[in-house]
Design a protein around this ligand. Structure first.
Ligand code: IMP
Length: 203
């Protein structure tokens, strides 16, 4: 069975391939299919964006499609940046500007709790889809620490640890992270169906 991963991010694609190491599954990504356009992430929730990406790509290609959407929710900021995590500081969108804005918006707040959240959606070729989610609670520190990872990793310390995600290796981060947890649930929920080479979700 061929499954399309809705991502150009080679780290994410490899993580998905590693977790779903199932016989008979051929993984392709949107980077391998140049004719498929980008799906705009304009939903109000991670779930809406993941479902939109998976179902639109499945219908456009006739393949099963797997998509995720993720971001950071900060309690003191009313769960911002949330679905706006990638573009929190506006154009030009980059991680350095987003981290600077997060630290500036945080000034004066005592509650530093936050969580990363991820929703993964799988759609069959007809556009019937299901989702799973994962989250990782933690807190935001006052200065960037570490050089690994991406995004808000240098500011986020997961619960029960002293190091930021950017100070951990990817193997440790993937075990704890919102995306790692969502993908592990996805493997539990859909692994057998994928391995059986199903044509569609059971109705
Ligand atoms: P996406 O869903 O992977 O496109 O992530 C959207 C945005 O959320 C990213 O651009 C980052 O700002 C943030 N984000 C999501 N996952 C992570 C993570 O594991 N570490 C740091 N930032 C993340």
């Amino acid at each position: 069975m061929k499954i399309l991963i809705a991502s150009h991010n080679c780290h994410k694609i490899q993580e998905i391939r590693d977790i779903f190491d199932l016989p008979g599954v051929e993984w392709v990504s949107t980077a391998d299919i140049p004719d498929v356009g980008e799906v705009e992430e304009d939903g109000e929730t991670f779930e809406a964006n993941a479902l939109k990406k998976a179902t639109e790509l499945a219908r456009a290609t006739g393949l099963w499609a797997l998509a995720d959407d993720s971001g950071l929710e900060v309690t003191a900021l009313g769960n911002a940046p949330g679905v706006f995590s990638a573009r929190y500081a506006g154009e030009p969108c980059n991680h350095a500007r987003n981290n600077t804005k997060l630290l500036s918006d945080f000034k004066g707040h005592a509650d530093r709790s936050a969580r990363f959240r991820c929703v993964v959606a799988l759609s069959d070729p007809a556009g019937h889809a299901e989702t799973v989610s994962g989250s990782c609670p933690g807190h935001i520190i006052e200065q960037l620490r570490g050089t690994e990872g991406f995004g808000y990793d240098p500011l986020f310390v997961p619960e029960g640890y002293d190091t930021t995600f950017a100070e951990m290796g990817s193997a440790q981060k993937n075990q704890l992270s919102h995306r790692g947890r969502a993908l592990a649930r996805a493997r539990e929920k859909w692994g057998a169906m994928i391995a059986s080479n199903a044509a569609a979700f059971p109705v």
